[in-house]
Ligand binder design. Structure first.
Ligand code: ADP
Ligand code: ZN
Length: 432
Protein backbone atom coordinates (compact mmCIF):
# COMPACT_ATOMS: atom_id res chain seq x y z
CA UNK A 1 0.00 0.00 0.00
CA UNK A 2 2.91 2.36 0.63
CA UNK A 3 6.00 2.91 -1.50
CA UNK A 4 7.99 4.20 1.50
CA UNK A 5 5.90 3.50 4.55
CA UNK A 6 8.15 5.18 7.06
CA UNK A 7 8.31 8.50 5.27
CA UNK A 8 4.72 8.51 4.05
CA UNK A 9 3.26 7.82 7.49
CA UNK A 10 5.87 9.57 9.65
CA UNK A 11 4.32 11.35 12.59
CA UNK A 12 4.05 15.08 12.17
CA UNK A 13 6.58 16.11 14.77
CA UNK A 14 9.28 13.91 13.26
CA UNK A 15 8.34 15.05 9.80
CA UNK A 16 8.69 18.67 10.89
CA UNK A 17 12.07 17.99 12.48
CA UNK A 18 13.18 16.48 9.21
CA UNK A 19 11.92 19.55 7.36
CA UNK A 20 13.82 21.90 9.63
CA UNK A 21 17.07 19.99 9.19
CA UNK A 22 16.62 19.90 5.43
CA UNK A 23 15.73 23.58 5.38
CA UNK A 24 19.01 24.48 7.07
CA UNK A 25 20.92 22.49 4.48
CA UNK A 26 18.91 24.11 1.70
CA UNK A 27 19.68 27.59 3.01
CA UNK A 28 23.38 26.79 3.20
CA UNK A 29 23.25 25.68 -0.40
CA UNK A 30 21.11 28.62 -1.51
CA UNK A 31 23.79 31.03 -0.29
CA UNK A 32 26.03 29.70 -3.03
CA UNK A 33 23.79 31.04 -5.79
CA UNK A 34 24.34 34.51 -7.18
CA UNK A 35 20.70 35.34 -6.66
CA UNK A 36 20.14 34.29 -3.04
CA UNK A 37 23.52 35.58 -1.90
CA UNK A 38 22.47 38.99 -3.14
CA UNK A 39 18.94 38.66 -1.77
CA UNK A 40 20.11 37.61 1.71
CA UNK A 41 22.62 40.49 1.78
CA UNK A 42 19.97 43.03 0.77
CA UNK A 43 17.66 41.81 3.50
CA UNK A 44 20.45 41.55 6.08
CA UNK A 45 19.34 37.98 6.57
CA UNK A 46 21.52 35.33 8.15
CA UNK A 47 20.00 32.00 7.15
CA UNK A 48 22.04 30.30 9.85
CA UNK A 49 19.73 31.94 12.36
CA UNK A 50 16.65 30.00 11.24
CA UNK A 51 15.59 28.02 14.31
CA UNK A 52 11.99 26.97 13.72
CA UNK A 53 9.80 26.22 10.74
CA UNK A 54 7.76 29.33 11.50
CA UNK A 55 10.86 31.39 10.63
CA UNK A 56 10.28 30.42 7.02
CA UNK A 57 7.90 33.37 6.86
CA UNK A 58 10.94 35.67 7.19
CA UNK A 59 12.63 34.28 4.11
CA UNK A 60 12.18 36.13 0.84
CA UNK A 61 9.46 35.05 -1.59
CA UNK A 62 10.65 34.03 -5.05
CA UNK A 63 8.51 34.50 -8.14
CA UNK A 64 8.61 33.64 -11.80
CA UNK A 65 10.04 37.04 -12.75
CA UNK A 66 13.01 36.46 -10.43
CA UNK A 67 13.70 33.22 -12.28
CA UNK A 68 13.34 34.99 -15.61
CA UNK A 69 15.67 37.81 -14.63
CA UNK A 70 18.32 35.42 -13.39
CA UNK A 71 18.17 33.46 -16.62
CA UNK A 72 20.13 31.33 -17.31
CA UNK A 73 22.38 30.53 -14.34
CA UNK A 74 21.68 32.96 -11.49
CA UNK A 75 20.00 30.33 -9.30
CA UNK A 76 22.65 27.63 -9.73
CA UNK A 77 24.39 26.49 -6.55
CA UNK A 78 26.75 23.92 -8.06
CA UNK A 79 29.18 24.01 -10.93
CA UNK A 80 27.71 23.29 -14.32
CA UNK A 81 29.66 20.05 -14.47
CA UNK A 82 27.35 18.63 -11.83
CA UNK A 83 24.18 19.44 -13.75
CA UNK A 84 22.90 16.53 -15.80
CA UNK A 85 19.52 17.74 -17.06
CA UNK A 86 17.53 20.87 -17.68
CA UNK A 87 13.79 21.33 -18.02
CA UNK A 88 11.68 24.27 -18.84
CA UNK A 89 8.12 25.34 -18.07
CA UNK A 90 5.54 25.35 -20.84
CA UNK A 91 5.64 29.14 -20.97
CA UNK A 92 1.85 29.41 -20.60
CA UNK A 93 2.18 32.92 -19.17
CA UNK A 94 5.29 34.34 -20.84
CA UNK A 95 8.95 33.53 -21.35
CA UNK A 96 9.76 30.05 -20.12
CA UNK A 97 11.89 29.46 -17.04
CA UNK A 98 14.69 26.91 -16.88
CA UNK A 99 15.32 24.47 -14.05
CA UNK A 100 18.55 22.46 -13.65
CA UNK A 101 18.97 19.10 -11.97
CA UNK A 102 21.93 17.18 -10.58
CA UNK A 103 21.91 13.39 -10.69
CA UNK A 104 20.69 13.33 -7.07
CA UNK A 105 17.94 15.78 -7.91
CA UNK A 106 16.70 13.52 -10.67
CA UNK A 107 16.84 10.48 -8.40
CA UNK A 108 14.76 12.24 -5.73
CA UNK A 109 12.20 13.45 -8.26
CA UNK A 110 11.96 10.01 -9.88
CA UNK A 111 11.35 8.48 -6.48
CA UNK A 112 8.55 10.94 -5.77
CA UNK A 113 6.78 9.94 -8.95
CA UNK A 114 7.12 6.26 -8.17
CA UNK A 115 5.67 7.02 -4.74
CA UNK A 116 2.71 8.86 -6.31
CA UNK A 117 1.89 6.18 -8.84
CA UNK A 118 2.21 3.40 -6.29
CA UNK A 119 -0.09 5.31 -3.95
CA UNK A 120 -2.77 5.44 -6.64
CA UNK A 121 -2.53 1.67 -7.12
CA UNK A 122 -0.11 1.17 -10.00
CA UNK A 123 2.12 -1.91 -9.72
CA UNK A 124 4.98 -3.67 -11.53
CA UNK A 125 2.49 -5.73 -13.51
CA UNK A 126 0.95 -2.64 -15.09
CA UNK A 127 1.50 -1.37 -18.62
CA UNK A 128 1.88 2.39 -18.47
CA UNK A 129 1.26 4.58 -21.50
CA UNK A 130 2.61 8.10 -21.05
CA UNK A 131 0.61 10.37 -23.34
CA UNK A 132 2.37 13.59 -22.37
CA UNK A 133 4.78 15.55 -24.52
CA UNK A 134 8.34 14.38 -24.01
CA UNK A 135 11.12 16.95 -24.13
CA UNK A 136 11.46 20.14 -22.15
CA UNK A 137 8.00 19.67 -20.64
CA UNK A 138 8.34 17.80 -17.35
CA UNK A 139 5.25 15.60 -17.73
CA UNK A 140 7.02 13.31 -20.19
CA UNK A 141 10.37 12.34 -18.72
CA UNK A 142 9.25 12.88 -15.11
CA UNK A 143 6.56 10.23 -15.22
CA UNK A 144 8.61 8.05 -17.52
CA UNK A 145 11.46 7.54 -15.08
CA UNK A 146 9.09 7.24 -12.12
CA UNK A 147 7.13 4.45 -13.82
CA UNK A 148 10.33 2.61 -14.76
CA UNK A 149 11.54 2.85 -11.19
CA UNK A 150 8.24 1.41 -10.01
CA UNK A 151 8.87 -1.43 -12.40
CA UNK A 152 5.95 -1.12 -14.81
CA UNK A 153 6.28 -1.65 -18.54
CA UNK A 154 6.48 1.88 -19.95
CA UNK A 155 5.19 2.90 -23.38
CA UNK A 156 6.69 6.33 -24.11
CA UNK A 157 3.88 7.25 -26.49
CA UNK A 158 4.20 11.02 -26.21
CA UNK A 159 1.27 13.28 -27.03
CA UNK A 160 -1.04 13.44 -30.03
CA UNK A 161 -1.75 11.01 -32.85
CA UNK A 162 -4.95 9.79 -31.24
CA UNK A 163 -5.59 6.76 -33.42
CA UNK A 164 -2.12 5.46 -32.79
CA UNK A 165 -2.59 5.98 -29.05
CA UNK A 166 -5.68 3.80 -29.16
CA UNK A 167 -3.85 1.20 -31.26
CA UNK A 168 -1.02 1.09 -28.70
CA UNK A 169 -3.52 0.67 -25.87
CA UNK A 170 -5.08 -2.29 -27.63
CA UNK A 171 -1.90 -3.94 -28.91
CA UNK A 172 -0.01 -3.79 -25.62
CA UNK A 173 -2.99 -3.98 -23.25
CA UNK A 174 -2.27 -0.70 -21.53
CA UNK A 175 -3.67 -0.58 -18.01
CA UNK A 176 -2.53 2.88 -16.83
CA UNK A 177 -2.37 6.17 -18.73
CA UNK A 178 -1.05 9.64 -17.99
CA UNK A 179 -3.10 12.19 -19.88
CA UNK A 180 -4.19 15.84 -19.89
CA UNK A 181 -7.89 15.97 -18.91
CA UNK A 182 -9.03 18.10 -21.87
CA UNK A 183 -7.24 15.69 -24.20
CA UNK A 184 -8.89 12.71 -22.48
CA UNK A 185 -12.27 14.16 -23.40
CA UNK A 186 -11.22 14.70 -26.97
CA UNK A 187 -9.71 11.22 -27.24
CA UNK A 188 -13.04 9.73 -26.16
CA UNK A 189 -14.60 11.15 -29.34
CA UNK A 190 -11.88 9.46 -31.41
CA UNK A 191 -12.66 6.16 -29.68
CA UNK A 192 -16.31 6.64 -30.66
CA UNK A 193 -15.39 7.57 -34.22
CA UNK A 194 -13.43 4.38 -34.84
CA UNK A 195 -15.96 2.23 -33.00
CA UNK A 196 -13.76 1.16 -30.09
CA UNK A 197 -15.32 1.24 -26.62
CA UNK A 198 -12.67 2.13 -24.03
CA UNK A 199 -14.72 0.46 -21.30
CA UNK A 200 -15.13 -2.81 -23.13
CA UNK A 201 -12.27 -3.03 -25.62
CA UNK A 202 -9.31 -1.94 -23.49
CA UNK A 203 -7.73 -3.02 -20.20
CA UNK A 204 -7.49 0.53 -18.84
CA UNK A 205 -7.93 0.72 -15.07
CA UNK A 206 -6.10 3.84 -13.85
CA UNK A 207 -5.46 7.31 -15.25
CA UNK A 208 -3.34 10.15 -13.96
CA UNK A 209 -4.89 13.47 -14.95
CA UNK A 210 -2.49 16.36 -14.77
CA UNK A 211 -1.11 19.63 -16.09
CA UNK A 212 -4.30 21.69 -16.06
CA UNK A 213 -7.14 22.61 -13.73
CA UNK A 214 -10.21 20.42 -13.93
CA UNK A 215 -13.27 20.07 -11.77
CA UNK A 216 -14.53 17.05 -9.85
CA UNK A 217 -17.37 16.83 -12.39
CA UNK A 218 -14.84 16.63 -15.22
CA UNK A 219 -13.01 13.82 -13.44
CA UNK A 220 -16.27 11.93 -13.02
CA UNK A 221 -17.18 12.43 -16.65
CA UNK A 222 -13.78 11.08 -17.77
CA UNK A 223 -14.05 8.13 -15.37
CA UNK A 224 -17.46 7.27 -16.78
CA UNK A 225 -16.35 7.53 -20.39
CA UNK A 226 -13.36 5.22 -19.87
CA UNK A 227 -14.36 3.05 -16.96
CA UNK A 228 -11.11 3.68 -15.09
CA UNK A 229 -10.31 5.52 -11.88
CA UNK A 230 -8.71 8.90 -12.49
CA UNK A 231 -6.28 10.49 -10.05
CA UNK A 232 -5.39 14.15 -9.91
CA UNK A 233 -1.69 14.89 -10.40
CA UNK A 234 -0.27 18.33 -9.64
CA UNK A 235 3.14 19.81 -10.21
CA UNK A 236 5.07 22.63 -11.80
CA UNK A 237 8.47 22.66 -13.39
CA UNK A 238 9.90 25.12 -10.87
CA UNK A 239 9.27 22.49 -8.16
CA UNK A 240 10.55 19.64 -10.47
CA UNK A 241 7.32 18.99 -12.34
CA UNK A 242 4.72 16.31 -11.63
CA UNK A 243 5.10 14.46 -8.33
CA UNK A 244 4.58 17.49 -6.10
CA UNK A 245 1.06 16.54 -4.99
CA UNK A 246 -1.05 13.54 -5.93
CA UNK A 247 -4.28 11.83 -4.97
CA UNK A 248 -4.33 8.65 -2.93
CA UNK A 249 -6.98 5.93 -3.27
CA UNK A 250 -9.42 8.06 -1.24
CA UNK A 251 -9.51 10.60 -4.11
CA UNK A 252 -10.20 13.44 -1.69
CA UNK A 253 -7.47 16.00 -2.15
CA UNK A 254 -3.81 15.59 -3.09
CA UNK A 255 -1.05 14.70 -0.62
CA UNK A 256 1.73 17.21 -0.97
CA UNK A 257 5.09 15.64 -0.15
CA UNK A 258 6.35 17.50 2.86
CA UNK A 259 9.63 15.60 3.13
CA UNK A 260 10.54 17.30 -0.17
CA UNK A 261 8.80 20.66 0.20
CA UNK A 262 7.72 23.19 2.80
CA UNK A 263 4.16 24.19 1.99
CA UNK A 264 2.54 27.51 2.78
CA UNK A 265 -0.73 29.09 1.69
CA UNK A 266 -0.64 32.86 1.59
CA UNK A 267 -3.07 35.64 0.84
CA UNK A 268 -1.96 36.75 -2.64
CA UNK A 269 -2.60 40.39 -1.81
CA UNK A 270 -1.24 40.83 1.72
CA UNK A 271 1.29 37.97 1.26
CA UNK A 272 0.51 36.85 4.82
CA UNK A 273 -0.08 33.17 5.61
CA UNK A 274 -3.72 32.09 5.88
CA UNK A 275 -4.91 29.45 8.39
CA UNK A 276 -5.28 25.79 7.33
CA UNK A 277 -8.53 25.34 5.46
CA UNK A 278 -8.62 28.80 3.92
CA UNK A 279 -8.04 29.41 0.27
CA UNK A 280 -4.97 31.24 -0.95
CA UNK A 281 -1.87 31.00 -3.12
CA UNK A 282 0.35 27.96 -2.76
CA UNK A 283 3.95 28.81 -1.86
CA UNK A 284 6.63 26.13 -1.77
CA UNK A 285 10.25 25.70 -0.72
CA UNK A 286 12.36 22.83 -2.05
CA UNK A 287 14.06 20.76 0.66
CA UNK A 288 16.14 18.26 -1.27
CA UNK A 289 17.17 20.08 -4.39
CA UNK A 290 20.91 20.50 -4.79
CA UNK A 291 21.45 22.19 -8.12
CA UNK A 292 18.79 24.82 -7.91
CA UNK A 293 17.05 25.20 -4.57
CA UNK A 294 14.12 27.64 -4.62
CA UNK A 295 12.79 29.34 -1.51
CA UNK A 296 9.14 30.26 -1.01
CA UNK A 297 8.18 30.01 -4.66
CA UNK A 298 4.91 31.76 -5.48
CA UNK A 299 3.12 29.21 -7.65
CA UNK A 300 0.17 31.55 -8.42
CA UNK A 301 -2.02 28.47 -7.99
CA UNK A 302 -5.04 28.86 -5.75
CA UNK A 303 -5.95 26.08 -3.37
CA UNK A 304 -6.36 25.34 0.34
CA UNK A 305 -5.05 22.84 2.83
CA UNK A 306 -7.67 20.20 3.65
CA UNK A 307 -7.60 20.08 7.44
CA UNK A 308 -7.51 16.76 9.27
CA UNK A 309 -5.89 13.38 8.68
CA UNK A 310 -6.51 11.24 5.60
CA UNK A 311 -8.00 7.77 6.14
CA UNK A 312 -5.17 6.30 4.03
CA UNK A 313 -2.76 6.84 6.93
CA UNK A 314 -0.38 9.21 5.18
CA UNK A 315 0.54 12.17 7.34
CA UNK A 316 1.58 14.55 4.58
CA UNK A 317 -1.11 17.19 4.32
CA UNK A 318 -3.54 17.38 1.43
CA UNK A 319 -4.36 20.27 -0.87
CA UNK A 320 -7.68 20.80 -2.59
CA UNK A 321 -7.77 20.49 -6.38
CA UNK A 322 -6.39 23.69 -7.92
CA UNK A 323 -9.02 26.31 -8.62
CA UNK A 324 -6.85 28.09 -11.19
CA UNK A 325 -3.95 30.51 -11.31
CA UNK A 326 -4.36 33.94 -9.81
CA UNK A 327 -3.95 35.32 -13.34
CA UNK A 328 -6.69 33.03 -14.77
CA UNK A 329 -9.28 35.04 -12.90
CA UNK A 330 -11.64 36.93 -15.21
CA UNK A 331 -13.22 40.09 -13.91
CA UNK A 332 -16.51 40.87 -15.63
CA UNK A 333 -18.77 43.66 -14.51
CA UNK A 334 -17.02 43.56 -11.18
CA UNK A 335 -17.57 39.83 -10.70
CA UNK A 336 -14.57 37.49 -10.29
CA UNK A 337 -14.89 34.30 -12.30
CA UNK A 338 -12.57 31.32 -12.79
CA UNK A 339 -12.77 29.18 -15.95
CA UNK A 340 -13.15 26.08 -13.77
CA UNK A 341 -16.53 27.39 -12.51
CA UNK A 342 -17.82 27.43 -16.07
CA UNK A 343 -16.33 24.02 -16.77
CA UNK A 344 -17.93 22.51 -13.69
CA UNK A 345 -21.42 23.74 -14.64
CA UNK A 346 -21.02 22.58 -18.25
CA UNK A 347 -19.94 19.08 -17.18
CA UNK A 348 -23.15 18.72 -15.17
CA UNK A 349 -25.34 19.19 -18.24
CA UNK A 350 -25.93 15.94 -20.16
CA UNK A 351 -26.16 17.42 -23.69
CA UNK A 352 -22.76 19.12 -23.43
CA UNK A 353 -19.96 17.53 -25.45
CA UNK A 354 -16.23 17.45 -24.86
CA UNK A 355 -14.87 20.93 -25.56
CA UNK A 356 -15.64 24.56 -24.85
CA UNK A 357 -14.03 27.97 -24.94
CA UNK A 358 -14.79 31.27 -23.21
CA UNK A 359 -14.52 34.45 -25.29
CA UNK A 360 -14.45 37.87 -23.65
CA UNK A 361 -15.31 40.99 -25.65
CA UNK A 362 -15.90 44.61 -24.84
CA UNK A 363 -18.81 46.46 -26.44
CA UNK A 364 -18.69 50.09 -25.39
CA UNK A 365 -18.33 49.98 -21.61
CA UNK A 366 -19.86 46.56 -21.35
CA UNK A 367 -17.95 43.33 -21.00
CA UNK A 368 -19.56 40.40 -22.72
CA UNK A 369 -18.81 36.75 -22.14
CA UNK A 370 -19.56 34.21 -24.84
CA UNK A 371 -19.27 30.55 -24.03
CA UNK A 372 -18.87 28.38 -27.11
CA UNK A 373 -19.90 24.86 -26.29
CA UNK A 374 -19.60 21.72 -28.34
CA UNK A 375 -22.74 19.63 -28.15
CA UNK A 376 -22.90 15.84 -27.91
CA UNK A 377 -23.27 14.07 -31.24
CA UNK A 378 -26.68 12.55 -30.55
CA UNK A 379 -27.97 15.97 -29.52
CA UNK A 380 -27.02 17.54 -32.79
CA UNK A 381 -29.60 15.46 -34.62
CA UNK A 382 -31.53 18.41 -36.06
CA UNK A 383 -34.30 19.09 -33.57
CA UNK A 384 -33.97 22.85 -33.20
CA UNK A 385 -36.34 23.04 -30.26
CA UNK A 386 -34.25 20.60 -28.32
CA UNK A 387 -31.09 22.55 -29.10
CA UNK A 388 -32.65 25.82 -28.08
CA UNK A 389 -33.79 24.28 -24.81
CA UNK A 390 -30.24 23.07 -24.18
CA UNK A 391 -28.84 26.50 -24.97
CA UNK A 392 -31.26 28.14 -22.55
CA UNK A 393 -30.47 25.59 -19.88
CA UNK A 394 -26.74 26.36 -20.19
CA UNK A 395 -27.38 30.11 -19.95
CA UNK A 396 -29.51 29.65 -16.84
CA UNK A 397 -27.14 27.25 -15.11
CA UNK A 398 -24.14 29.49 -15.74
CA UNK A 399 -26.03 32.58 -14.67
CA UNK A 400 -27.00 30.98 -11.38
CA UNK A 401 -23.33 30.41 -10.59
CA UNK A 402 -21.43 33.35 -12.04
CA UNK A 403 -24.24 35.90 -11.62
CA UNK A 404 -23.88 37.45 -15.04
CA UNK A 405 -25.70 36.34 -18.17
CA UNK A 406 -23.32 34.89 -20.73
CA UNK A 407 -24.04 34.44 -24.40
CA UNK A 408 -23.99 30.75 -25.28
CA UNK A 409 -23.22 29.46 -28.78
CA UNK A 410 -23.74 25.78 -29.46
CA UNK A 411 -21.31 24.14 -31.84
CA UNK A 412 -21.05 20.83 -33.62
CA UNK A 413 -18.97 18.12 -31.97
CA UNK A 414 -15.24 18.43 -32.68
CA UNK A 415 -15.54 21.88 -34.25
CA UNK A 416 -13.36 23.85 -31.80
CA UNK A 417 -9.60 23.80 -32.30
CA UNK A 418 -8.06 20.95 -30.35
CA UNK A 419 -4.92 21.14 -28.31
CA UNK A 420 -2.57 18.27 -27.58
CA UNK A 421 -1.14 20.18 -24.64
CA UNK A 422 -2.85 22.34 -22.08
CA UNK A 423 -6.21 23.60 -23.30
CA UNK A 424 -6.63 27.31 -23.84
CA UNK A 425 -9.97 28.01 -22.19
CA UNK A 426 -10.17 31.79 -22.39
CA UNK A 427 -9.77 34.15 -25.34
CA UNK A 428 -9.75 37.71 -24.08
CA UNK A 429 -10.42 40.25 -26.86
CA UNK A 430 -10.81 43.21 -24.51
CA UNK A 431 -8.15 45.81 -24.80
CA UNK A 432 -6.44 46.88 -21.56
P1 ADP B 1 3.70 26.71 -17.14
O1 ADP B 1 3.76 27.40 -15.81
O2 ADP B 1 4.44 27.43 -18.20
O3 ADP B 1 2.32 26.28 -17.55
P2 ADP B 1 4.36 24.04 -16.14
O4 ADP B 1 4.36 22.99 -17.14
O5 ADP B 1 5.39 24.01 -15.11
O6 ADP B 1 4.51 25.38 -16.94
O7 ADP B 1 2.91 24.08 -15.52
C1 ADP B 1 2.63 24.10 -14.15
C2 ADP B 1 1.26 24.66 -13.90
O8 ADP B 1 0.25 23.84 -14.48
C3 ADP B 1 0.91 24.72 -12.45
O9 ADP B 1 1.45 25.85 -11.81
C4 ADP B 1 -0.61 24.75 -12.51
O10 ADP B 1 -1.08 26.04 -12.79
C5 ADP B 1 -0.93 23.85 -13.68
N1 ADP B 1 -1.23 22.49 -13.22
C6 ADP B 1 -0.44 21.40 -13.27
N2 ADP B 1 -1.09 20.31 -12.78
C7 ADP B 1 -2.31 20.72 -12.42
C8 ADP B 1 -3.45 20.06 -11.82
N3 ADP B 1 -3.47 18.76 -11.53
N4 ADP B 1 -4.53 20.82 -11.56
C9 ADP B 1 -4.55 22.13 -11.85
N5 ADP B 1 -3.53 22.80 -12.41
C10 ADP B 1 -2.41 22.11 -12.70
ZN1 ZN C 1 -4.62 9.80 1.62
Amino acid sequence: MYWEKEIETMDRSRLEQMQLARLSETLERAKRSVYYRKRFAELGLDPGRIRTLADVANLPLTNKDDLREQWPYGFLTVSRDEIVRMHSSSGTTGRATVIYHTANDLAAWTNLLARCMYMAGMRRSDVFQNMMTYGLFTGGLGFHYGAEKLGALVIPAGSGNSKRQIQLMQDFETTVVHIIPSYALHLSTVFAEIGVDPRRDTKLRIAFLGAEPHSEKMRQKIEELYGFRAFNSYGLSEMNGPGVAFECAEQKGMHIWEDNYIVEIIDPVTLKPVPDGEEGELVMTTLLREGMPILRYRTKDLTRIIPGPCPCGRTHRRIERIKGRTDDMMILKGVNIFPIQIEKKLMEIPGVGTNFVIVLDRAGFNDQMTVKVEVKKDFFGGDLKQLEALRRQIVEELKSDILITPRVDLLEPDSLPKSEGKAQRVIDNRED
